[in-house]
Design a protein around this ligand. Structure first.
Ligand code: JAH
Length: 254
């Protein structure tokens, strides 16, 4: 996969892209990340990328011309057309299923803004506008790195792409069961006896129940998409009941 990144801070990408998995993926030619300095497509002495908003108001807005020219120029580099992605707090939420879909693309062009956002007209070039969560950052660079990291793990041949337990959380809509390693007791905290019993059928059943209880407790909205037997639904209902009980039955009132 080829990923082109358009940014006024290309140096921000040096460390995360050279480290560990992403570095190895690039050495093996499974991933090619190319960073481009948006200021290369400015035409004034100060290499200006922002301007005041029409209509007034606080802050500055990304000027459209350098972005249009940069995306056109980067798109022309080929060798295949890239899907153009903008990062904005108003974008579609990035999910596991979207990550898996994007990992199948041969090429992505990621556009990172700064300041208070983009001139709205640049979105006419966008195939996709993405958000990584409901908070405002200082720019789109960190979301771009998050996307590259998440997508890379799904490229065949990239170290660790053998679908991991963490991914199953988001394909099965159940949180993972608790995991332990040695020592069996640490600072008085014990590893559950059943995990040391060697009874693999009992261990599998315990883990499944833990996943269901945890999901009911921490992410009850996921249960709607989970595939549970009637007995498992009963466990989920029991755990939801316990949570309500622990809250003192005050049902959101104070
Ligand atoms: C901030 C341009 N979903 C998180 C997110 C994405 C993008 C931005 N902020 C938060 C952002 C400033 C300028 C984009």
């Amino acid at each position: 996969m080829i990923v082109d990144i358009v940014t006024i801070f290309p140096e921000m990408f040096d460390a995360p892209l050279s480290s560990s998995m992403l570095g190895i993926a690039q050495e093996r030619d499974l991933l090619d990340v190319r960073c481009h300095d948006l200021r290369d497509w400015t035409h004034d002495r100060h290499r200006t990328t922002d301007d005041a908003p029409y209509g007034g108001g606080p802050g500055m807005v990304m000027k459209p011309e350098p972005i249009f020219e940069a995306v056109d120029a980067v798109q022309s580099l080929g060798p295949v057309p890239g899907k153009v992605v903008f990062f904005t707090p108003a974008g579609e939420p990035l999910t596991h299923s979207l990550v898996v879909e994007l990992a199948e693309e041969p090429r992505l062009i990621l556009v990172c803004g700064r300041y208070e956002g983009f001139d709205e007209r640049v979105f006419s070039m966008a195939d996709l506008q993405l958000s990584i969560g409901d908070y405002v950052l200082t720019g789109g660079e960190l979301p771009a790195m998050v996307l590259v990291d998440a997508v890379s793990r799904h490229i065949p041949g990239v170290l660790g792409h053998e679908d991991s337990a963490a991914d199953e959380t988001f394909t099965e809509n159940l949180l993972e069961y608790p995991q332990y390693t040695r020592p069996a007791v640490y600072r008085g905290l014990e590893v559950p006896e059943i995990l040391r019993s060697g009874d693999h059928a009992k261990i599998a059943a315990w883990r499944r129940e833990q996943s269901i209880r945890r999901t009911a407790r921490l992410r009850p909205e996921l249960l709607a998409g989970a595939s549970l037997s009637e007995a498992e639904r009963a466990i989920a209902r029991e755990e939801l009941g316990r949570v309500a009980e622990e809250r003192g039955g005050d049902d959101d009132l104070d």
